[in-house]
Design a protein around this ligand. Structure first.
Ligand SMILES: Nc1ncnc2c1ncn2[C@@H]1O[C@H](COP(=O)(O)OP(=O)(O)OP(=O)(O)O)[C@@H](O)[C@H]1O
Ligand SMILES: [Mg+2]
Length: 146
């Protein structure tokens, strides 16, 4: 599967996550690649909603990872401050790549060599019209399933 969708608003980005959740099964890794502020956490909130997670999903940045329970558990990982798989292993997070149960949703997977490649679903987000910041809310979202 490979599809491209334009998300015009944060709500549309969240909806893409809700739909994506419907194809997730135990053991999957979803990588979310995109520049700062492109909507990775917004999309993650949609995935959580689609997985019937009722807890509020916040950016995992300061924790590196958070876990939520729903139809499947969701391990939400932010690799922004991590530079290698060894570093992730030091905090025990390599266990979630891939996870034995539940799914892992990873922001900044491109900080870790090979992580995007081993992901079952690769999402990449591009900011459109960034030069028109006042109106630059459109994101191009490409989803590919291995
Ligand atoms: N079409 C859109 N899709 C997603 N977010 C949008 C869109 N338009 C505007 N936004 C805004 O952009 C911001 C995206 O923030 P979000 O935290 O989801 O990005 P991020 O990629 O996780 O950032 P970071 O790189 O810091 O982790 C939010 O304030 C959101 O409201
Ligand atoms: Mg984020």
């Amino acid at each position: 599967m490979n599809k491209t969708i334009i998300a015009h608003t944060p709500a549309e980005m969240e909806e893409i996550g809700v739909e994506l959740a419907s194809i997730l099964t135990d053991g999957m890794v979803v990588s979310l690649v995109g520049p700062l502020g492109s909507g990775k956490t917004t999309l993650s909130k949609g995935i959580a909603k689609g997985l019937l997670i009722t807890d509020v999903v916040v950016s995992p940045s300061y924790m590196i990872a958070r876990e939520y329970q729903g139809r499947l558990s969701m391990h939400h990982i932010d690799a922004y401050r991590v530079s290698s798989l060894d570093e992730l292993a030091e905090v025990g997070l390599d266990d979630y790549l891939p996870p034995e149960s539940g799914v892992s949703v990873v922001e900044w997977p491109d900080r870790i060599d090979g992580l995007v490649e081993i992901s079952h679903i690769q999402v990449s987000i591009e900011l459109l019209d960034s030069e028109l910041s006042e109106f630059g809310e459109d994101r191009r979202v490409n989803i590919s399933k291995q």
